[in-house]
Design a protein around this ligand. Structure first.
Ligand code: DX5
Ligand code: ZN
Length: 217
């Protein structure tokens, strides 16, 4: 079974709680909360205070928080206290502080995820695989929803999956960006186990049917 993490970024943000309840009712396994700081990526979204309110309004769902920010370690406590279940940081944001960042997230009680941009070699993740609950391969340049899936992601997923199998490790393998009914099966066939979906989900005529078809992959 494949897990579906619905990206809140494409929701009607003026009705965030309703939109998230709708995603949960439609069958989302997780809500994907994209935090952008206008520095690590050229866009600004929302932070821990918004997550805290959302968690209160929609409590019974796994909060998958994707930190696209320059100094993730500094905000780990805030997001953990706000209700994050998983915190995913970007390796490119913490050169030389990878292990410390992993430890800080672990110590906060959250699951630990690490992500790389499309241009970063998959090998960059390899030294940390045994310390991670989730690895996230970006299939678009992080920063905006609604972009087209980068096809080279399929080979990158296969390389990552093969390395996990070779080492007997089974972190969740997540892919994020441009996922829809066409690209989703390519990703799961290559080894992805969690698919992030934003614009395709909120633009769907029948989100429950879409969620069902994704989770059955
Ligand atoms: C992009 C974000 C994604 C985005 C995905 O930087 O990390 O989570 O919301 O949106 P879609 O599914 O529209 O590509
Ligand atoms: Zn994301």
């Amino acid at each position: 079974m494949t897990e579906l993490s619905v990206s809140v970024l494409s929701a009607d943000l003026a009705n965030l709680a309703d939109e998230c309840s709708r995603a949960v009712a439609a069958g989302a396994d997780m809500l994907h909360f994209d935090v952008m700081d206008g520095h690590f990526v050229p866009n600004i979204t929302y932070g821990a205070p918004v997550l805290k309110c959302l968690k209160k309004a929609v409590p019974d769902i796994f909060y998958d928080v994707h930190l696209m920010i320059s100094d993730p370690e500094r905000y780990v406590q805030d997001f953990a206290a706000a209700g994050a279940d998983l915190l995913t940081f970007h390796l490119e944001a913490v050169p030389g502080r990878e292990e410390q960042t992993i430890r800080a997230i672990r110590d906060s009680g959250c699951r630990v995820g690490a992500s790389i941009r499309p241009g970063t070699p998959v090998q960059a993740l390899v030294p940390y695989l045994d310390q991670l609950d989730l690895v996230l391969l970006m299939s678009v340049e992080p920063g905006f929803g609604g972009q087209a899936f980068l096809p080279e992601t399929v080979d990158r997923l296969a390389v990552l999956k093969a390395e996990c199998e070779r080492r007997g490790l089974s972190p969740r393998i997540q892919v994020d960006g441009g996922i829809n009914q066409t690209t989703a099966p390519l990703c799961t066939a290559a080894g992805a186990s969690v698919l992030v979906m934003g614009s395709a989900f909120f633009g769907a005529a029948d989100p429950a049917a879409l969620a069902k078809s994704i989770r059955e992959l």
